[in-house]
Design a protein around this ligand. Structure first.
Ligand code: MRU
Length: 368
């Protein structure tokens, strides 16, 4: 997608500088800066510090991390796998990408591994872009139907109101995004969309990243506090919700940024469709019960007790927003049970969030 009118991907190999170039997402929205990764340590740090984040992008960064490790002289694929896998626990795309890349490298002679690892990482990045674009096409059909249905009821309606949580836009993937891809495609087709952007405390991926992306693409949006969604739904101000996923189980339970579950409950109570957009790499067909089985990341309490923003001098600064004497807990994700999910939008098409429907998808992918 575009930054100041120029097309970017979140991660790419920079042949001139012989490095992996990423957008440093910890500096957005106030500073747009790219960073060079040249080692396994830097790739691991980029994931843990959330310079890169979002399930699909974490996976692709790990694939580039394997390349950087091999290039740096590390020969043990097992060690590289373990180092990268330990960076973040919830998004299954990390394990998916590492398994795919290391399996192919194990079958590659040592002397060719560096070159093959780079090829594999680049292929994963291209495939992620294609998958997200296809998610956009499938999701756009649903948005178009929702817009036509709204117009049929109210010919004076002026926009389709969509609520999203966290950032599941192009910054969370290589390009296009998952939840935002249908929105970008609908906007390009002339469907008048307006997006309610949950700020998404504690790290504010909604206010910092989603709002910035939408503004760069000229899409109407409004940032709201995390607890506003239920109120808006009660007053008919939300036509549908779309979010992303970090891990989706074989029965359709969806794990996404903390607070997603509450939005799904409010949507269910108000008869608002609740869609989840995800590439097939985000399914974990080995799990059947998301609430019990998906590992939930717990992050540092400072993400809750402190906030980052611009000071009066326009400098990026951190301030403490609460007393240091209170205990803090910082669960990163929660699980939305399948019964609250209207449909799953994948690059393979739209599936209902049920074991039977996903069994078809798993079989088509050769995963069962
Ligand atoms: O902690 P983050 O910022 O990595 O969490 C990201 C999300 O929760 C996204 O919604 C999810 O990864 C889907 S991304 C296409």
């Amino acid at each position: 997608m575009r930054v100041d009118g120029q097309a970017y991907r979140t991660i790419a190999f920079d042949a001139q500088e012989q490095c992996v170039r990423i957008i440093d997402q910890t500096r957005l929205p106030h500073h747009f800066e790219t960073l060079a990764l040249t080692s396994l340590d830097q790739a691991c740090h980029a994931i843990t510090s959330m310079q890169v984040r979002g399930a699909p992008l974490i996976g692709v960064t790990a694939a580039f991390g394997v390349y950087l490790a091999l290039r740096g002289g590390e020969h043990s694929l097992a060690l590289i796998y373990e180092r990268l896998l330990a960076t973040r626990p919830t998004a299954v795309n990390l394990r998916w990408a590492l398994e795919r890349v290391t399996a192919q490298l194990e079958a590659t002679p040592q002397s060719e591994r560096v070159a093959v690892a780079l090829e594999l990482a680049q292929r994963l990045a291209d495939e992620d872009t294609e998958a997200c674009s296809a998610i956009g096409d499938h999701g756009c059909v649903l948005l178009e139907q929702a817009w036509q249905a709204k117009l049929a009821l109210d010919p004076d309606a002026h926009c389709l109101n969509i609520l999203t949580h966290c950032n599941a836009g192009w910054l969370a993937t290589v390009d296009w995004g998952t939840a935002l891809a249908p929105i970008y495609k609908a906007h390009a087709k002339g469907i008048p969309v307006h997006i309610w952007v949950d700020e998404t405390r504690p790290r504010n991926q909604g206010a910092f990243l989603t709002a910035w992306e939408l503004q760069q693409e000229g899409i109407a949006h409004t940032v709201i506090v995390d607890n506003a969604g239920g109120h808006l739904m009660q007053h008919g101000e939300v036509d549908l919700c779309i979010v992303g996923s970090d891990r989706t189980t074989a029965n359709g339970d969806v794990c996404n940024k903390i607070g997603t579950y509450l939005k799904a409950l409010a949507a269910f109570d108000n008869g608002v469709p609740f869609y989840v957009a995800l590439p097939v790499s985000t399914f974990d067909f080995t799990l059947a019960d998301g609430v019990r089985e998906i590992p939930i990341e717990q992050r540092h309490g400072e993400e809750v007790s402190h906030m980052q923003g611009l000071n009066a001098q326009g400098e990026l600064t951190r301030v403490q927003v609460m007393t240091s004497h209170s205990a803090v807990n910082n669960f990163g994700f929660d699980v939305t049970p399948a019964r609250l999910v209207s449909a799953l939008i994948t690059e393979r098409g739209v599936y209902s969030a049920s074991r039977e429907s996903l069994q078809e998808l798993a079989s088509a992918q050769g995963l069962s």
